[in-house]
Design a protein around this ligand. Structure first.
Ligand SMILES: *[C@@H]1O[C@H](CO)[C@@H](O)[C@H](O)[C@H]1NC(C)=O
Ligand SMILES: *[C@@H]1O[C@H](CO)[C@@H](O)[C@H](O)[C@H]1NC(C)=O
Ligand SMILES: *[C@@H]1O[C@H](CO)[C@@H](O)[C@H](O)[C@H]1NC(C)=O
Ligand SMILES: *[C@@H]1O[C@H](CO)[C@@H](O)[C@H](O)[C@H]1NC(C)=O
Length: 182
């Protein structure tokens, strides 16, 4: 065995060690903390709740994404990351009709980003499940939300509906965070 091979093996072993040392307790706490901050920020966005009954919409939930308690840690992290990513790009869109406080939206986006970073660190060396059907359905689900916003020309009511939907998604995220229990 050449030296180079040995070196590579050592590096691999070190990385494997690093991957094993993911502290799920800390990860869970960080994700929970940030998620509840996100929920608070989202609620703050609506100063005077509006009734937007005409705009209500049922965004069809992917069947396979329904039961967080059945997913495994790695998959939970991948799904969480995808959801955070999608929510992040959603709130990059035009919300000028809403009168939302931009500082709050920015804080919200920063927290999402921070959560994604923590997840990426934890996922680094683990084998990440390839693009699964679950992921595809998640993408379709968020695409449905984007299409809806576009169709409603990013109106204030449409954003209210989406904001409420995303707020509910954070409860779902909390369920996934629970799946990181040791
Ligand atoms: C929990 O979140 C709050 C802000 O929402 C932050 O000030 C605090 O540092 C966080 N705690 C930890 C341990 O991350
Ligand atoms: C953002 O949406 C508003 C209506 O909600 C529209 O008047 C404005 O042109 C849009 N801006 C951009 C950059 O698309
Ligand atoms: C926006 O929110 C920030 C933080 O909560 C607050 O300090 C600021 O006064 C708000 N700005 C407006 C225009 O309401
Ligand atoms: C989004 O929120 C709904 C509640 O309206 C929930 O049933 C669903 O599981 C959430 N979807 C995702 C992808 O988390």
């Amino acid at each position: 065995m050449t030296n180079r091979c040995l070196l590579r093996l050592t590096i691999l072993l070190c990385l494997a060690g690093a991957a094993l040392s993911v502290n799920y307790g800390v990860l869970r706490f960080q994700q929970q903390n940030s998620t509840s901050a996100c929920q608070r920020l989202l609620r703050q966005l609506i100063r005077s709740p509006q009734h937007c009954l005409d705009d209500t919409k049922d965004f069809q939930i992917p069947e396979e994404v329904k039961q967080p308690c059945q997913v495994q840690k790695k998959e939970a992290m991948v799904v969480m990351h995808e959801m955070l990513q999608q929510i992040f790009s959603l709130f990059w869109r035009n919300f000028s009709s809403t009168g939302w406080n931009e500082t709050i939206v920015e804080n919200f986006l920063q927290k999402l980003h921070w959560q994604m970073d923590r997840l990426e660190e934890a996922m680094q060396e683990g084998e990440v499940p390839s693009e699964s059907r679950t992921m595809l359905r998640l993408k379709i689900y968020y695409l449905g939300i984007v299409r809806y916003l576009k169709a409603k020309s990013y109106s204030r009511c449409a954003w209210t509906v989406v904001q409420v939907e995303i707020l509910k998604n954070f409860s779902f995220l909390n369920g996934l965070i629970d799946a990181l229990r040791d």
